[in-house]
Design a protein around this ligand. Structure first.
Ligand code: BES
Ligand code: ZN
Ligand code: MN
Length: 489
């Protein structure tokens, strides 16, 4: 269900619920009809994300939802998004909601409205296509943001921007939540073509023969055990008169069984349908650029294939030749993401862009290192990594930088090839994976996002809902729309 937004000077008469912001100090709005002491006595103190539902009062039939906003002066876009998400969770059984929330903070009005719309949309989204239970989806379908004459235009602009971004995130979540049989590489490529055509992008799809002819040995090798053919999707967004150029590369492993290095059958195996979350985030990002009037030129590669075991599958000891000519000896077929990214990164580097970003559910080791709330970031250019970190802060898709320790590269030495695809022990699996990727970006400023830990959550929390999170989508949108050419070190 998508949510329609509008901006109005007052609370509409026929709305089902009204979201009333209440701070942790200062006056209580008159429409609440209760003192701070009375609210406190029933456990509501106006703390951030706290909610209290009150029956309709006066002539209105609208349920009143008090939404705690804490210290108003310190609200920023990340806290505003979480406050809006909490309001949406309390209002999800209502069809229409109106609120003054976007107007209460000291922040820029457009940014505030964008954060409110993002929080509300993301907290009510469900992938409901396979559920018979009609109550599974939130009922909320219309939101009114109350603004004044002076703030109406900025509120509207922010809400529109928030809607474009949040709808793209929901699309990426849907793709990641889809069972593997509902989204093969071929089907995903078809969807990408549809999305590209309706959002002003140029799209080219490469099949197995074309990938082979292009020397994409990583894609061909990983796909070897699969009945489903691979697809590489190239998307181009080329605004008129643009200066800077960036390339995005997404890991699109539609299902990661591990290949002959088979994964065990447990819950973590069952979520390997989400191993294409990087590609979904990249596709979603691309779909927003024309609407958001992005000034940067952006090219994307979605690297899509299954990773399956079979009589024809990739074997340990096999050597693959990647697009940039480097040879890789396979020591674990479950380290497949880096093999397909190698081809995508090589192609990206060939076009000599100002920067490359890859996003991938790459290593379980990142969960051991930094857990499931924060993604890993690594790269070869600190000033570009700082841009990624700034975007992560604004979008509340937090990242933590790990060092590319050159010495660990020795662990990838191979007897017969230029390198092996995994080290034998030594730990730091996320770092050695990134050191592997670095071999394919030449001297282009590059950042790698490892989203294995953040790709899904087990329960609703903040802007995340149970299932796929589409983590990194908003970060990438923020990054490319604010992109500045980094200095080459
Ligand atoms: N897709 C997995 C990584 C992953 C793990 C994603 C957990 C999401 C949650 C990746 O292809 C993989 O299997 N990585 C291996 C690398 C190892 C063989 C060096 C891993 O993490 O075990
Ligand atoms: Zn994988
Ligand atoms: Mn794997």
């Amino acid at each position: 269900m998508t949510i329609a937004f509008n901006v109005s000077r007052s609370i509409p008469a026929k709305v089902d619920a009204v979201g009333i912001p209440v701070g942790s100090d200062g006056p209580i709005p008159a429409s609440v009809g209760l003192s701070r002491a009375a609210l406190k006595s029933i456990g509501f103190e106006g703390k951030r994300e706290q909610t209290l539902v009150l029956a309709p009062a006066g002539r209105s039939n609208a349920v009143r939802i008090l939404i705690g906003v804490g210290d108003v002066a310190s609200i920023d876009e990340s806290s505003m998004r979480l406050i809006a998400a909490a309001l949406a969770r309390a209002a999800k059984k209502n069809v229409s909601l109106a609120t003054t929330l976007a107007g209460i903070s000291k922040m820029n009005r457009k940014t505030a409205a964008q954060a409110v719309v993002e929080g509300i949309t993301l907290a009510t989204h469900r992938y409901g296509a396979l559920k018979n239970d009609k109550d599974f989806s939130a009922k909320l379908s219309s939101l009114t943001l109350v603004a004044t004459d002076a703030t109406s235009a900025a509120t509207k602009a922010g809400a529109e921007r928030g809607k474009v971004i949040a709808d793209a995130v929901c699309q990426a979540r849907d793709f990641a939540n889809m069972p593997p049989a509902y989204l093969t590489a071929k089907m995903f490529a078809d969807k990408a073509v549809e999305i590209a055509q309706s959002t002003g992008l140029t799209v080219t799809v490469y099949n197995r023969d074309q990938l082979k002819a292009m020397g994409c040995g990583g894609m061909i090798g990983v796909n070897k055990g699969s009945v489903e053919p691979p697809r590489m999707v190239k998307l181009d967004y080329a605004p008129a008169g643009s200066g800077a150029k960036i390339v995005l590369v997404g890991k699109g492993v539609m299902y990661d069984s591990g290949g002959i290095s088979l994964k065990p059958s447990n819950d973590s195996h069952a979520i390997m349908k989400m191993d294409m979350s990087g590609a979904a985030a990249v596709l979603a990002t691309m779909s927003t650029l024309a609407s958001l009037k992005c000034k940067t030129k952006v090219t994307a590669y979605l690297m899509c294939t299954d990773n399956m075991p079979s009589g024809g599958a990739l074997k340990l000891g096999d050597v693959l030749t990647m697009r940039n000519g480097k040879t890789v000896e396979i020591h674990n077929t479950d380290a497949e993401g880096r093999l397909i990214l190698a081809d995508g990164l090589s192609l990206a580097a060939e076009s000599k862009p100002d920067a490359i970003v890859d996003i991938a559910t790459l290593t379980g080791a990142i969960i051991v290192a930094i857990g499931e709330k924060v993604a890993g970031v690594m790269g070869n250019n600190q000033s570009f990594i700082e841009q990624v970190k700034a975007s992560a802060t604004r979008t509340d898709e937090p990242v933590w930088q790990l060092p590319l320790i050159d010495d660990y590269k020795k662990g990838l030495d191979s007897v017969v090839a230029d390198m092996r695809n995994v080290t034998s022990g030594g730990g730091a699996g996320s770092i050695t994976a990134a050191l592997f990727l670095r071999e394919f970006v030449a001297d282009v400023p590059w950042a790698h996002l490892d989203i294995a830990g953040t790709m899904d959550v087990r329960s609703d929390e903040g802007w995340r809902n149970r299932g796929a999170t589409a983590f990194g989508t908003r970060l990438l949108i923020d990054l490319v729309t604010n992109f500045r050419k980094p200095s080459r070190k």
